[in-house]
Design a protein around this ligand. Structure first.
Ligand SMILES: Nc1nc2c(ncn2[C@@H]2O[C@H](COP(=O)(O)OP(=O)(O)OP(=O)(O)O)[C@@H](O)[C@H]2O)c(=O)[nH]1
Ligand SMILES: [Mg+2]
Ligand SMILES: [Zn+2]
Length: 421
C-alpha cells in the first residue's frame, strides 16, 4: 500500500508539532531496539488502524544518528495518510493501549521509491515512544483495555455547557479532574455556552466549579460569541498540546474552531488566516453537531480524535464526547481532587478511620456541622472504592497479560524450531 504525503517538504520544526527534547533519549533507544532507520513523527489522526502522521524536519544529525542515509534532497517530512503499523509491531502488541493514539510520537520507517530513491512512498510505524501524559477513558492505564483519547497532552480542557441542561454536573467534574490528574495532564475547566446562561446562573456555576477544582483554572466562555476565548488562548503557550474532555454537544469541536479563528500568536499582532504551510485545520474545520431540543444532549458528531495545528501555534486534539466516565485513575489523583476531605481525615483519631461510627472522627464532625457537603463526601467515598477496586483488577490483569505474552513467544519459538528441523 502506498500512502500519500499531503504536504511534503513543508518545513515545520519539531517544536511546532509539540516535540519536547526530553523525548530524544527515548527515541534513540527505541530506534536502536527496533533495529531500523526510523524518524519520529506525530499521530494526528486515527481511523481504525490507519493513521495520519506528521513528520517534521529534525536536525540532520538526528537522522544520521538513527542510521538514516540522506540523499541531497533532504530528509522525509510532511503529512502522511493511511500509515499502518508494521507486522512486528502487531505481533508484539497485547491490546489497544499499545497501539498509537492521536498525539502519540511514533518512529516511522520510510520506504523509498524504486525509481526515485529520494522520494519516500510509504511509511511504516515501528514503535510508539513513551507517552509523557495521556487522557484515557477506561482501564487503569497500565492494562491493554484502556482507551486512550489523546496522548502527550499538556493541558486538558474539561468542557461543560451552561445551557440549562444536565451539562454541568459537579460529580462529572470531579471524575474529569481525576482523569486529567492521573494522566499527568494539567486540567482547566471550561464552562462553555456562557451566552445561553443568565449572569446569576453563570456566577453560580463558576463558583461551584471553582470550589470543586482546587488549583485548576475555571473560565466561562462562549465558542459562539468568542467571549472569553482570548483568555483561554492565553492559558496555553504555542507548541503545547491541548485536549478536550466532555459530553457530546457541550461544544468541544466549536471550541477548536473558535480557537482557530482567533489566529494570533501570543504577544504578536493577529495574523490573517491559518499559519503558512502545514495547515492548521488542514482540510476542514472540526465538524460541529446539533443538540437535541428537549434535553440538550449532543449526537456524538466527532467520532475519532484528531490533532489540529492552530494559527496561534497551539496544537489541539478534538475528541469524541464521553458517554459516561468510568474513570480509572489513581488513588493519588482522587486525593488531589478532594484535598479538603483528605485534610479532615488526617485529623481523625484513628489512622484507619472509616468515617463511620468511630470515636473522634473529624470527617463525621464536619458533616454534622454542615461544613462538609454530604454529596461531596459520598462522591469521594465512591471514587475511592472504585479506584481501589480498579487498581487491584489492573494489577491482576497486567500480570495475566505478561504471562500470556511470554506464552505466545515461546509457542512461536517452538514452532520455528519445529519448522526448521
Ligand atoms: N449558543 C452556543 N452554542 C454553542 C456554543 N458552542 C457550541 N455550540 C453549539 O452546540 C452544538 C454542539 O457543538 P459541538 O461542537 O458539535 O459539540 P461537541 O462537544 O464537539 O459534540 P460531540 O462531537 O458530539 O462530542 C453546535 O450546534 C454548536 O454550534 C456556544 O458557546 N454557544
Ligand atoms: Mg465534536
Ligand atoms: Zn474519620
Amino acid at each position: 500500500m502506498t500512502c500519500n504525503s499531503v504536504y511534503s517538504g513543508v518545513p515545520v520544526s519539531p517544536a511546532e508539532w509539540g516535540w519536547k527534547d526530553s523525548l530524544f533519549p527515548a527515541a534513540f533507544q527505541a530506534a536502536a531496539s527496533a533495529g531500523c532507520p526510523c524518524v519520529p513523527g506525530r499521530i494526528i489522526r486515527t481511523e481504525r488502524h490507519a493513521y495520519s502522521v506528521a513528520v517534521p524536519l529534525f536536525d540532520r544529525s538526528l537522522y544520521e544518528a538513527f542510521g538514516l542515509q540522506l540523499e541531497e534532497g533532504g530528509p522525509v517530512s510532511g503529512i502522511f495518510e493511511g500509515v499502518r503499523v508494521s507486522g512486528k509491531f502487531e505481533y508484539r502488541s497485547a491490546g489497544p493501549a499499545d497501539y498509537p493514539a492521536t498525539g502519540d510520537w511514533v518512529l516511522v520507517e520510510p520506504r523509498f521509491s524504486a525509481t526515485n530513491p529520494r522520494q519516500a512512498t510509504d511509511l511504516v510505524i515501528q514503535t510508539v515512544l513513551p507517552r509523557f501524559s495521556s487522557v484515557s477513558r477506561t482501564g487503569a492505564g497500565a492494562t491493554s483495555d484502556s482507551q486512550i483519547l489523546a496522548a502527550n497532552v499538556d493541558t486538558l480542557f474539561l468542557v461543560f455547557a451552561l445551557d440549562g441542561g444536565r451539562n454541568f454536573l459537579e460529580r462529572l467534574l470531579e471524575r474529569s479532574l481525576i482523569v486529567a490528574r492521573s494522566g499527568g495532564v494539567r486540567p482547566c475547566v471550561v464552562l462553555n455556552k456562557a451566552d445561553l446562561a443568565s449572569p446569576e446562573d453563570r456566577a453560580a456555576a463558576s463558583e461551584l466549579a471553582r470550589s470543586a477544582s482546587g488549583s485548576a483554572e475555571v473560565l466561562a466562555v462562549s465558542a459562539k460569541t468568542g467571549e472569553g476565548i482570548g483568555e483561554l488562548v492565553r492559558l496555553v503557550r504555542p507548541g503545547e498540546t491541548v485536549g478536550v474532555l466532555g459530553k457530546s454537544g457541550v461544544g468541544k469541536s466549536a471550541l477548536v474552531n473558535a480557537l482557530e479563528r482567533i489566529g494570533f500568536v501570543q504577544g504578536s499582532e493577529p495574523c490573517a488566516g491559518p499559519a503558512a504551510g502545514a495547515g492548521s485545520l488542514f482540510d476542514s474545520p472540526a465538524l460541529e453537531g446539533e443538540v437535541r431540543e428537549d434535553d440538550r444532549q449532543g449526537r456524538h458528531t466527532t467520532t475519532s480524535s484528531r490533532l489540529y495545528r492552530l494559527p496561534s501555534g497551539i496544537l489541539m486534539i478534538d475528541s469524541p464526547g464521553i458517554r459516561e466516565l468510568k474513570i480509572w485513575g489513581s488513588l493519588d489523583a482522587v486525593d488531589e481532587t478532594f484535598p479538603d476531605i483528605v485534610a479532615l481525615a488526617g485529623q481523625c483519631r484513628f489512622a484507619d478511620c472509616s468515617h463511620g461510627l468511630e470515636a473522634g472522627c473529624a470527617v463525621r464532625a464536619a458533616l454534622e456541622s454542615g461544613s462538609l457537603d454530604f454529596a461531596r463526601f459520598r462522591s469521594w467515598k465512591n471514587l475511592e472504592r472504585e479506584q481501589a477496586y480498579n487498581e487491584r483488577r489492573s494489577d491482576e490483569k497486567a500480570r495475566r497479560e505478561h504471562d500470556q505474552k511470554w506464552k505466545n513467544i515461546s509457542k512461536a519459538q517452538k514452532k520455528l524450531r519445529k519448522d526448521r528441523s
